[in-house]
Design a protein around this ligand. Structure first.
Ligand code: SF4
Length: 384
């Protein structure tokens, strides 16, 4: 059996709840308290052979049937602003990305939830790569553990599901991962310090609210009318704005948490006075915050259009909307979801596609050629 197949074949202990570990250990004739010890070691990123409070024989038995994690570090790149992008290879030979975003007094980890994505948003390199598969609970949890290990003694305080993939399309694995990350026996990351970002899946937003997790919700809105949003976020054709915003409104009511609406500014497309008027109407009366993200031009010789974002922010503020202009972090490491992976794949295949367009909306199509493309994901200021 090859090394890769070994990694695939064994049970991943990192994806197991305390209860599941208890059952596993009971079947091996061990007392229940061993599960707590094992869980704590696992979530500290310890390998089975170094779990010294567990009997040697138990460690040997576990090593024969299971693994403590399946990811291998493929690459790591740092930006001047301190953001670090980790590329991990999964057991089946795929690449996923995780971004560490340090702040003055907190550290945020942006995790991936799927390999590729089926939703094809206009800003997103991951969407253009197509969908391969959902990540397992263990693969999601391990991203945080691996970054925590790399960043010690600094503690990871926030986790945002804003990396590759649509987290609400991998609902069960994501929710279980949140519970595991939240466990006081493990990393103990507060639910209020975890945020899930979605392109707008109303039924899943409702389900998330019903989980009573107290996590934050970020919705990639990017337009205030269906006509414009259909072009930027294709799922809008199935779930139009009104449906998405109503689901977000219910989420805010049910959880008592303010919803973040992400809005990448595409000059002269979604930053008009009419769009501002409509956006203000949509969020009226809701506990909500609009995060405006200036669009970086596909042509890196052009200036990032921050002015448009500030102009649009002023229009919204005048109408009573809580709004902030956010700047991306980790631009140097291609902070947007999927972009670094896209570049590594490109390097490997030595592919180039020098697309150059002038229209702002058209330029979204060449995101993977732009190392500094502003993202709606893994954006430093977006952490809860
Ligand atoms: S922005 Fe998110 S939902 Fe949209 S294509 Fe990219 S990964 Fe998928």
């Amino acid at each position: 059996m090859t090394k890769m197949n070994c990694r695939q074949a064994a049970t991943d202990l990192l994806g197991m709840t305390r209860e599941a570990l208890e059952e596993l250990l009971q079947n091996l004739g061990e007392p229940r308290y061993r599960a707590r010890q094992l869980f704590a070691w696992l979530h500290r990123g310890t390998s089975l052979d170094m779990m010294t409070s567990l009997p040697k024989e138990l460690r040997r038995q576990l090593a024969a049937i299971a693994r403590a994690g399946t990811l291998q570090l493929a690459y790591q790149e740092a930006a001047e602003d301190g953001a670090v992008k980790f590329g991990f290879e999964t057991a089946d030979g795929r690449l996923i990305e995780t971004v560490l975003i340090p702040h003055r007094n907190r550290t945020t980890v942006c995790v991936s939830s799927q390999i590729g994505c089926a939703y094809g948003c206009a800003f997103c390199a991951t969407g253009r790569q197509g969908f391969t598969r959902d990540l397992t609970t263990g693969e999601i949890v391990e991203q945080v553990i691996r970054v925590q290990t790399a960043t010690r003694p600094q503690r990871v305080r926030n986790v945002v599901f804003m990396g590759m993939g649509e987290p609400l399309a991998n609902f069960d694995a994501v929710v279980t991962a949140i519970r595991l990350l939240n466990s006081p026996d493990g990393l103990g990351i507060g639910a209020r310090h975890i945020a899930v970002s979605t392109c707008g899946l109303p039924n899943s937003i409702q389900r998330l609210a019903e989980e009573k997790l107290q996590v934050g919700l970020a919705v990639s809105l990017h337009a205030a009318t269906d006509e414009v949003r259909n072009q930027l976020v294709p799922i809008n054709r199935k779930h139009p704005l009104a449906e998405v915003v109503n689901a977000a409104r219910r989420f805010a009511t049910m959880t008592g948490r303010k919803v973040a609406f992400e809005y990448v500014i595409v000059p002269e497309v979604n930053d008009t006075p009419a769009q501002a008027r409509r956006l203000a109407e949509l969020v009226r009366g809701m506990a909500a915050m609009v995060n405006l993200i200036p669009l970086n031009p596909a042509d890196s010789s052009l200036r990032v259009d921050v002015d448009s974002a500030y102009r649009f922010a002023a229009l919204l503020r005048k109408r009573g909307v809580e709004v902030m202009v956010r700047r991306s972090r980790g631009g140097e490491v291609l902070g947007a979801c999927g972009q670094l992976r896209a570049r590594h794949i490109k390097k490997a295949s030595d592919e180039r596609s020098p697309v150059r367009r002038s229209n702002a909306l058209d330029s979204l199509g060449s995101v993977s050629d732009s190392p500094d493309m502003t993202e709606q994901k893994c954006e430093g200021g977006k952490g809860p």
